[in-house]
Write a protein that binds this ligand. Sequence first.
Ligand SMILES: Nc1ncnc2c1ncn2[C@@H]1O[C@H](COP(=O)(O)OP(=O)(O)OP(=O)(O)O)[C@@H](O)[C@H]1O
Length: 505
Amino acid sequence: MSAPLLSLRGLSKSYGRIQANRAIDLDVAPRSIHAVLGENGAGKSTLMKLISGVEQPDAGMMAWKGEALALASPAEARRRGIAMVFQHFSLFETLTVVENLRLVMPGGRRELAERLIRLGREFGLEVDPFVHVHALSVGERQRVEILRCLMTDPELLILDEPTSVLPPQLVVALFETLRRLRDKGVSILFISHKLEEIRAICDRATILRDGAVTGTLEPRHHDAQALARLMIGREMPRPVPAAPREPGETRLELIGLDHRPEDPFAMPLHGIDLKVRAGEIVGIAGISGNGQNELAALVSGETVLPPEASDRIFMIGRPVGELGARDRRALGFAFMPEERLGRGAVPDMPLAANALLTAHAKGLVRRGLVDRAKARDFTAACIRDYDVRTPGVEAEAGALSGGNLQKFIIGREIMLAPKLLFVAQPTWGVDIGAAAAIRGRLVALRNEGVAILVVSEELEELFELCDVIHVLAGGRLSPPLQARDTSAEVIGRYMMGAEPAEAAA
Ligand SMILES: Nc1ncnc2c1ncn2[C@@H]1O[C@H](COP(=O)(O)OP(=O)(O)OP(=O)(O)O)[C@@H](O)[C@H]1O
């Protein structure tokens, strides 16, 4: 390899007792795309934070073009030519694209807009600089984030799970951009859980397990199974087969539901008909922003219907349109929202307290008092059964890695033994081993007779899980499609807004 652009030697970082990075050695070559992969909590994000100046290492050294590198802040990293696109976007929705740029860089509106357009053309990332961010799709927002980094003229661009929020067509476009960047001389460090993507685009890959490097290799020369073994240290679990069974009684029904949200930027829903029965998994496919959040809020009870529309939603045999989330949960409904921190869990509360948020009815609270021993037992069982990697029940939710928090929340909801379970994006940000385990749990619950509704942007996941798939596009829901009789093409046509006759053609 030519002299590395970036070299790390013996880089270590601890948070209290947790050693998130242990003596990491890593070389990033100039003009290369380099993946970092590993299970949830393996230490990938921590490593990126050290390289981008967000955090400082406890030990070890970094070198940049052969010279020692110490970064006190992200601003200093940017000055040296290292820029990071974060997993969670940081744009102000009420400002235009160019106004967002002006917050972080010098230059007039016109000058910045021109540079943005020029760079956009060069790298296939076109966006209108004068449009408000709230009007942009997720893919367009990501383009703005990347362009904002490119405007600082980086030599190393770091992307933390850039494809987790993108539909397949946009992943292809993003990869094209990354290749162009590499060909222009920018190196890219890339975190991903998707092994096929890594094989498609990366020149090298470094694998982390438990904070330490377990291997660096050329991913093209290894199949996904081999990468998985290096990552998780064992073979992948096999999928749990769906037992043949007739669905039982209807546990969730939406009947001709129209809904116009108060938020002018939200998607109105039109004539939604949906049925989920006991012992069946129903999936909703589609790209987020097409009414997914609005539908989720109506099913969970975060949005309550006016009295005249109360009988548009039935849950476990009762009209629930007017009931809030707590009353719906009391009927045997459990729910995992798409937004884990804030809505799924409270970041600065310990896990045991987070368990109480939804599990209080499971005998954890008696006559208004928390039974602490029971709450700890419940939390400990969730940590054990769902393989949540954390020091224990007192750890704060916000200190868990993204994927581990996800495992905790889904575990907590399943442990409520719901009759009807609704999960949004069940395996977002979860590593492949844990994703297989979560899917296995959902299928096992279905086999036991639970009614399950899943919203997911990952079509493969829906095909693996579901008996029935609907597509949500532009606030309208397609008719139910039997998963075993339909194809990705038909679903793709519904996603583009086709009517049933055109989609089936
Ligand atoms: N601010 C923090 N305080 C305490 N512990 C932390 C903090 N940030 C990370 N950790 C711990 O460090 C370890 C590594 O976390 P990190 O976020 O780097 O993992 P990751 O590989 O990026 O995981 P994921 O794929 O789930 O995002 C985990 O055990 C995590 O709980």
